[in-house]
Design a protein around this ligand. Structure first.
Ligand code: ZN
Length: 355
């Protein structure tokens, strides 16, 4: 059942409507960040189509078809030849292809074409998932187009990608796009604890470090994130409480130290979420609405003093800095300038008018 999947209620509604009307498109494209459950949603669609005792067009989750569809038989070797084969589930109508190395191969698309032309072997519909569809190159994309042009009515293709801009327009135009949103920190925390993946305290922190991805929540380095938040909280405190420029310049320096070089942008992200949280608290938001809910105690005194107009200006400053990072700027000088500008209390009027 879709209700057993985490988050993305709007996507659930859309898919349920398609299934109920009997008009599930022949080709779907699931777009959204890595690790937010796109593949699980695709398998759930395959289950709904093949379930032996569906309830209101949703899979029961327990019949033999349902329980076999979620088991993908990944190759056990690293041999790329094995990864070129169709990866079947334990159900003979549901399979997936993944890129053996950096690209999806023509022969994999031909395999889909061949299989899609067969009638369902044991269920009602055949479903083929193409993982990381952005790894199609021109030849494999063209091979896939053949299936997308006239998919047999009993076969469905579900393409999955985090980078839709990499797909050829001809592929995009033949798929119905379904957009997945990042999960909320609360949804991720809930997922981690109800599945007993980590203890409650660590789930809380990991969920907040995850940028909406369960995969990232599980693989993320908690110590790094905790350190980043501590350092950035100091910056915010220096800005709001004391207007402590010495502390700000020290923080700017630290942000540019070699050991944190790779974390530079992550730290800016963290600072931005802390500013937003203090700002939201100052406007009367509840603790549960904060990204850094677990730091509410540290943020509340800041919220008492923060000037909402300045907070808005700070966020614009950070956004500007982020844009400048794309071109080659001197990070050290820019960070100093950023923090001093933020401390100055001047509101950069032009930035309110450009957008
Ligand atoms: Zn079932």
């Amino acid at each position: 059942m879709f209700s057993s999947l985490t988050g993305n209620d709007r996507v659930k509604e859309v898919l349920k409507r398609m299934l109920t009307s009997g008009r599930l498109p022949g080709a779907l494209l699931f777009v959204g960040e890595e690790g937010i459950g796109k593949k699980l949603f695709a398998l759930e669609v395959a289950r709904a189509l093949n379930c032996r005792s569906p309830r209101e067009n949703e899979a029961c989750g327990v019949c033999s078809a349902c329980s076999r569809i979620i088991k993908l038989n990944y190759p056990t070797s690293a041999d790329s030849d094995d990864w070129k084969q169709m990866i079947w589930t334990n159900h003979r109508d549901v399979g997936m292809v993944v890129a053996p190395k950096r690209v999806l191969r023509v022969e994999q698309m031909r395999a889909i074409e061949r299989e899609a032309n067969y009638r369902p072997v044991e269920g009602n519909a055949r479903v083929f998932i193409v993982e990381d569809a952005d790894k199609l190159n021109d030849p494999s994309a063209n091979a896939l187009l053949k299936v997308l042009e006239e998919p047999p009515s009993t076969s469905h293709l579900i393409l999955i990608t985090a980078r839709p801009a990499m797909l050829l327009p001809t592929i995009l135009s033949r798929c119905q796009v379904i957009r997945f949103a990042p999960l909320s920190a609360g949804e991720i925390e809930n997922y981690l604890t109800t599945n007993n993946l980590v203890d409650a305290k660590s789930a809380r922190i990991r969920a907040r470090a995850s940028s909406g991805s369960i995969a990232k929540a599980l693989s993320g380095d908690i110590d790094t994130f905790t350190g980043q938040r501590k350092a950035m909280l100091k910056v915010l405190e220096a800005l709001v409480m004391t207007d402590n420029r010495v502390q700000l310049l020290r923080s700017a320096e630290q942000l540019n130290e070699a050991q944190y070089k790779d974390e530079f942008e992550e730290r800016l992200d963290v600072l931005e979420t802390l500013i937003r949280d203090a700002w939201m608290l100052s406007l009367g938001s509840q603790r549960e609405q904060l990204v850094n809910e677990d730091l509410a105690k540290d943020l509340e005194p800041l919220a008492q003093k923060i000037d909402p107009t300045r907070a808005a200006a700070w966020i614009l400053e950070i956004e500007d800095m982020r844009e400048q990072l794309i071109v080659n700027i001197n990070r050290k000088a820019s960070t100093d300038a950023l923090f001093m500008q933020m401390a100055s209390g001047e509101i950069p009027q032009k930035r309110f008018t450009v957008k």
